[in-house]
Design a binder for this molecule. Structure first.
Ligand SMILES: Nc1ncnc2c1ncn2[C@@H]1O[C@H](COP(=O)(O)OP(=O)(O)OP(=O)(O)O)[C@@H](O)[C@H]1O
Length: 512
């Protein structure tokens, strides 16, 4: 082969273009063999990959042409590949016009036995590392062997880059696939937290909430979930995410009161390595983790004002920066916030920013307290007993009619969480027994309820409201008449109507 400089440059360019467009090892190897075959004849072409840590050689792809017996197989120690070892160690090409003079190397003897009499080998070096070697062998030494070797030596630099990229690409693809599988597995694992099968309701009020969830999940708007403690706000937020188009990305929960002001930024925005003392490694914040998914801001009403301002800034601009890094990052997440506080009152008290409230409250969802939907109670008792008895590995108790009656009229300050805890305690203390009124009354002693704590102590007005609701529930929603709530309460009908208006009690709410 004899190439003038212009043709030589053109050929190198053509081969390079052919190499960079390949997506698999085999196609890359075939492209190389095809292009080289156009300019000179050879009887064997192979590319070895070198694993420095293992000290071994393996074929990048199935070699083309004659295969000497001794070098069959996929992988072998470097010591067995005498020629490869020489070029890899010396980092210099090796040209042997007459292999018969080197049969003291067993692999060369095998080549000669297979009819190959001349060979050329080139180290594949990229970014200072030897990634392998390229070998071309011939029955008859080609013309202008030294000139050909010079050309192939230049080509080996291009080939090394292509081989290295291909290996990095396949490693990344494999890693990506593994991460995807792990992510799918973890998402599946977390599904039981918001498994629709373990959320129980039958009341009209909850059916209406669940109907709204179906509609809300289809949009990408921010949602503010309100309701007393233990009503299921966390569950509902996960449920919205699981029905939304963002379901295959993460649901990232942020417990707002748990974020001390010093931690707020690094926890949510992440930080760069060395951003502050103790920042030994880069940290991805919750905003970034929620990319493509949902960010759930729990107990948003307890977020201090300075942090509210920072949060508002991100929600408005949809960008943020990691602490110690001024590279802006796009924030693509949906926000669901939850609170058991009256945020409108908090705004009036200058404890919550009005602009943040409107940002979060594009859609709102109110979960009614259990006492306003006590027709859910028998179902919850039944289903939670079954589910909890399985997880506690004890037989479920049965509830007498009197016990259910008491539970129906209990105010449930801790809502479903409190009911669930009661069921758990009953399973542990009275497994498989019939629960009578006495047991339930004992369990609901005032000192065991949340009402007895200072922060939950109900006001007189609250108790009056609850008492009116209870009376209305007992009277089947009737205000007046011989069996009406007014009669039960021992007050005139007009007085009851006045107090109902004052407390915002409707007969429908009380179960009419
Ligand atoms: N309808 C329901 N069916 C079954 N379990 C429920 C239901 N509602 C709530 N729970 C259970 O009650 C407990 C409290 O629910 P969750 O944490 O969602 O309430 P929350 O409103 O977010 O409470 P908090 O305001 O205290 O954070 C959880 O164990 C949840 O699974």
């Amino acid at each position: 082969m004899h190439l003038n400089p212009a043709t030589r440059y053109q050929v190198l360019l053509t081969i390079n273009n052919a190499l960079v467009n390949q997506t698999t090892r085999d196609s890359l190897f075939k492209a190389l063999a095809g292009e080289l075959g156009k300019i000179f004849e050879f009887d064997r072409l192979s590319i070895n990959l070198y694993d420095e840590f293992q000290g071994s050689l393996s074929y990048f792809a199935t070699a083309e042409g004659i295969t000497p017996e001794a070098i069959e197989g996929d992988s072998r120690p470097l010591a067995q590949g005498s020629i490869a070892k020489t070029v890899i160690r010396s980092r210099e090409p090796l040209v042997i016009p007459d292999l018969r003079k080197h049969t003291y190397w067993p692999s060369v003897q095998a080549m000669v036995n297979a009819g190959l009499n001349a060979t050329m080998a080139f180290p594949l070096i990229t970014r200072g590392n030897v990634v392998g070697s390229m070998h071309l062998s011939f029955r008859t030494p080609p013309e202008h062997m030294e000139e050909l070797a010079g050309f192939l030596n230049v080509l080996s630099g291009q080939l090394a880059i292509a081989v290295d990229n291909m290996l990095a690409h396949s490693q990344l693809t494999a890693l990506n696939r593994r991460l995807q599988l792990q992510k799918d597995f973890l998402l599946k694992q977390s599904e039981n937290i918001y498994d629709p099968e373990s959320f129980f309701y039958v009341s009209t009020a909850m059916r209406s909430v669940m109907g709204q969830i179906q509609m809300i999940s289809e949009t990408d708007a921010s949602v503010l979930v309100t309701g007393e403690t233990g009503t299921g706000k966390d569950y509902v937020a996960r449920y919205i995410h699981s029905l939304s188009p963002r379901q295959s990305s993460l649901f990232v929960k942020v417990n707002c009161p748990g974020l001390a002001s010093t931690l707020f930024e690094s926890e949510l925005f992440g930080h760069a390595k060395g951003a502050f003392t103790g920042a030994h490694a880069k940290r991805v914040g919750r905003f970034e983790m929620a990319a493509g998914g949902t960010l759930f801001l729990d107990e948003i009403g307890d977020l201090p004002l300075p942090q509210q301002a920072k949060l508002l800034h991100v929600l408005q601009d949809r960008t943020f920066e990691r602490v110690g890094d001024n590279q802006p990052i796009q924030a693509d997440f949906r926000v669901i916030a939850a609170t058991n506080k009256d945020l409108e009152q908090a705004i009036r008290d200058d404890e919550f920013r009005e602009d943040l409230f409107y940002r979060l409250n594009t859609l709102s969802l109110h979960i009614p307290p259990l006492r306003e939907r006590n027709d859910d109670i028998p179902l919850l008792l039944d289903r939670l007993s079954t589910a909890e008895s399985v997880s506690l590995n004890r037989p479920a108790p049965e509830f007498s009619a009197e016990a259910v009656e008491i539970l129906l009229h209990y105010p449930w300050p801790g809502n479903v969480r409190e009911l669930k805890n009661l069921v758990k305690r009953l399973i542990i203390l009275h497994p498989g027994k019939t629960i009578g009124a006495g047991i339930v009354e004992g369990m609901l002693q005032p000192e065991q309820t949340e009402e007895n704590s200072l922060c939950r102590f109900p006001s007189l007005a609250e108790m009056e409201k609850r008492h009116i609701e209870k009376a209305l529930a007992l009277a089947g929603g009737k205000v007046g008449g011989p069996c009406g709530a007014a009669k039960l309460l021992g007050i005139p009908r007009s007085t009851l109507q006045y107090r109902m208006k004052k407390h915002g009690v409707e007969t429908a709410v009380a179960g009419a």
